[in-house]
Design a protein around this ligand. Structure first.
Ligand code: MSP
Length: 511
């Protein structure tokens, strides 16, 4: 397998003031599917996630919990790691902004910006929303609150500023020269029109609290939490050692998965900080949409946060992952409802894919001596089904490279549908008596189609796909995408006893 063509994917780093919920699981699962896909496609992948631990919001939450900010961060960061474990997340690194490697990198970036004349000391007077850790203009407020609905407070203090206003044209050039850098397109257009509206210099330090990275040379100030947090994407790959192997390999191919609420920070501030420090802007930033739960906004006060352990215990890890990636076009908003999950689970997973696999494997086990059958001549129907399976990689790859996970899954399930129609038309259970040779051809065609489906579905539902590949006796070394064309099932291979892969969800009786 070739190990060149590097790929770097990141999730947002999560604030430790909150415990993990569906809204955090979403970008993590999406980034995981992307990372797994690229690995199976022979690419050298780095997949980074972690926690955002500084700032006023975390400091206030720690105080309310009556523990030190560090203790508080330790506890909640561990909860995000546990989310990753529960959701079968294959991250290669996990960064915490309280780690030495990060602090050192952020301070180095600060010094570099200062050295290049991008930072000056001034006086800030304006509105700040602790919940968003963001500054707002008077003109942006809606009925005295931030446009996000967060409470704002007026504050005035001596702050360091970053010359963001000077970067307006260079940001517009970056968007122009890299039409794929910000996605989806509608979000890109929003960013461009915001930047065209004019940028003000950005306050990048605070003096009224201390839970943050000290400004080098003036430790009365702590560095603005967004400058601190965004920098995780480079401190994790070795910054400030820009000559380091990881930095050189992975930074040019950075893909950030973020929510639409934090796109402005990623698509405007972040490229400006980077360019101002003489570094390239990210390759791509994809902004996904927001989930409501049973029609309502997720909120602490409603207590409708959907923790990852609920998802996994109730539906199972792979069904939950599948639902998140299949239900919404990545980029759109949508609703998480029990009904919708059960619909997908019993429809797409249990009925369509699970049943197909079960029927085929049970028939092989009963009628072919529990081994891969020897096919006879392929007729047009077999060739048509196998061709659609063989064509899948290219289609799925095109969708995944645009983060259109829903289209990728839809394409895979189109072949699931073709295979189901083929079984019904060919009725191998009838052929078992009338024409066993033909039955073996049909079952081989189906098993080979299942092998393609199972290999391609691995990034999305890794555990279930792995179990199906076990049942097809596909060795570990033949589960990557090159094996799709190179390693067809070998007639005569012994197959283990079939077991269902996607059980139906049965509603518990209401007592
Ligand atoms: N710490 C910052 C990110 C810094 S990245 C350099 C932050 N953290 S967060 O924990 O508040 O949010 C992390 C991500 O969770 C955001 O991308 C946000 O969009 C996502 N979600 C939180 N609630 C969500 C939903 N209800 N639905 C979908 N995603 C949501 O912001």
């Amino acid at each position: 397998m070739t190990m060149d063509r590097p790929f770097f994917v990141t999730t947002p780093i999560y604030y430790v003031n909150d415990l993990p919920h569906l809204g955090h699981a979403y970008p993590t699962v999406a980034a995981d599917a992307l990372a797994r896909f690229m690995r199976l496609d022979g690419r050298r992948v780095k997949f980074l996630t972690g926690t955002d631990e500084h700032g006023q919001k975390v400091e206030q939450s720690a105080r309310a919990a009556d523990v030190s900010p560090q203790e508080f961060a330790d506890r909640n960061s561990a909860a995000f790691r546990e989310m990753d474990r529960l959701l079968d997340i294959s991250n290669d690194d996990y960064i915490r902004t309280t780690e030495k490697r990060h602090i050192r990198g952020v301070q180095a970036l600060w010094r570099e910006l200062e050295r290049r004349g991008e930072i000056y000391l001034g006086r800030f007077a304006g509105w700040y929303a602790v919940r968003d850790e963001a500054f707002y203009d008077e003109s942006e407020l809606v009925e005295g609150k931030a446009p996000t609905g967060a409470d704002v407070e007026w504050f005035e203090e001596d702050n360091y500023f970053f010359r963001l206003s000077a970067w307006q044209d260079r940001l517009l050039d970056y968007y122009e020269a890299n039409p794929e850098a910000i996605a989806p397109r509608s979000r890109r257009n929003e960013v461009i029109s915001f930047v065209k509206g004019g940028l003000k210099d950005l306050s990048i330090s605070r003096t009224s609290f201390s839970w943050g990275i000290p400004v080098p040379g003036n430790p009365k100030h702590v560095i603005y939490v967004w400058l601190d947090a965004l920098t995780n994407y480079i401190t994790a790959i070795g910054y400030p050692e820009t000559e380091s192997a990881d930095f050189g390999v992975f930074w040019p191919v950075a893909h950030h998965i973020v929510g639409k609420d934090i796109l402005r920070f990623h698509a405007i501030y972040w490229p400006a900080f980077l360019m101002a420090a003489g570094l390239p802007a990210p390759r791509r930033i994809f902004a996904h949409g927001w989930w409501t739960v049973e029609g309502q906004k997720m909120s602490k006060s409603l207590g409708n946060g959907v923790p990852p352990e609920f998802l996994v215990e109730k539906y199972g890890v792979d069904p939950a992952r599948y639902f998140l990636l299949r239900e919404l076009p990545f980029g759109n908003d949508g609703d998480f409802s029990h009904r919708a999950v059960v619909g997908r689970l019993n429809g797409d997973l249990a009925n369509d894919f699970g049943n197909l696999a079960q029927r085929v494997l049970v028939m092989i086990s009963r009628n072919c001596g529990a081994g891969v059958p020897e096919p006879g001549t392929f007729e047009a129907t077999e060739t048509a089904l196998l061709d659609s399976a063989h064509g899948l990689l290219e289609t799925v790859r095109a969708h995944v490279s645009e983060q259109a996970f829903h289209w990728a899954l839809e394409a895979i399930w189109r072949v699931v549908g073709d295979a189901n129609r083929y079984v019904d038309e060919q009725a191998p259970w009838v052929l078992s008596r009338s024409d066993p040779g033909r039955m073996r051809t049909v079952l081989y065609t189906l098993a080979e189609t299942l092998r393609h489906l199972a290999i391609l579905v691995q990034p999305f539902v890794p555990g279930s796909a792995g179990r199906l590949l076990d049942q097809l006796a596909v060795p570990e070394a033949e589960r990557c995408f090159t094996a799709l064309a190179d390693a067809p099932l070998r007639p005569g291979t012994r197959l283990p006893k079939p077991e269902g892969i996607f059980p139906r969800f049965v509603e518990e009786a209401v007592r």
